[in-house]
Design a protein. Sequence first.
Length: 304
Amino acid sequence: MKKFALIAGAILVSTTCWAHLPEGLVRPAVHFPSGHLPIIDSDLSDWDVVTDPYLITHEDLTETVTGLGTQRDAADLALRAYVGWSPETNKIYIMEDRWDDAVWVGDHSWENAKGSGCSGNARDFLEIQIDGDHSGGQFNSWRDESLTQEEKDILHGQQAQGYGLRPNGRYAWHKTYEHALPPFGDAAFTCTNDPGEPGNFYAEYMYTPWNDLRWTDVPNSVQHILTEGEIFGFNFTVLDSDTGGGYDGYWTLSGDTNSCHHADFLSDFFLSPVDPDIDWASQARPGTAVEEKTWGHIKATFAE
Ligand SMILES: [Ca+2]
Ligand SMILES: [Ca+2]
Ligand SMILES: [Ca+2]
Ligand SMILES: [Ca+2]
């Protein structure tokens, strides 16, 4: 663990001239070795082996819309999250384990969420932005009137992409969401409560980074090849609605609302080498006996 902190520290020094947010901070993305890739099924036990240097919590988030800023309250929203990657699949992986005092995500599965009565009010979703080649630059929300709508459609999500979940499925902020679906992307979630009740929300996500995503031809678009030691741009924002309409919190990892449309405002993540301090041999895999979900204790941990 200490060795790894030194590696991350060196990266931090060499990139402080880059203005990504929070300035001067580079977070590590855990390297999943071959045979240990997370399974996108919302069972988070395959992340249990990942160690604390990779952990992101609600204490790392900043609310940027309603004015809460850093007034975090674990009784309102508590989070454990990890970001990972694999050179084998060329994918970014994200784990979200949320405690929320009022979870509005529809019913407990895609099948039940489709057409459920609360789908129109379901606002408690993670939004994710990825800039694979760390180029920065705008990727959404053009107001430039010199651009035609067709030009905006091409630029939208082309060199960095925004993703999320919606009650009726996996979603991308783009002219298409084909790249949010297998084999390019995937997501799964479960929650422990009825709509609007307190509970846990468990989710896993998997996305391909693209340098030139063409919405008219996703399969032949240009992927960014993830390479160990490099840095990519990344943000997630936890939307927290507790009334089922609008949101009461817009909790960004980057600390800047502009991360939803401009990659200059994303956070820097480091594509880590395989970490010798992680005991991959003990990773929970399907069909193996695992302990009762430790993630279920998040409420006890954060929301006393
Ligand atoms: Ca899993
Ligand atoms: Ca809440
Ligand atoms: Ca880019
Ligand atoms: Ca909520």
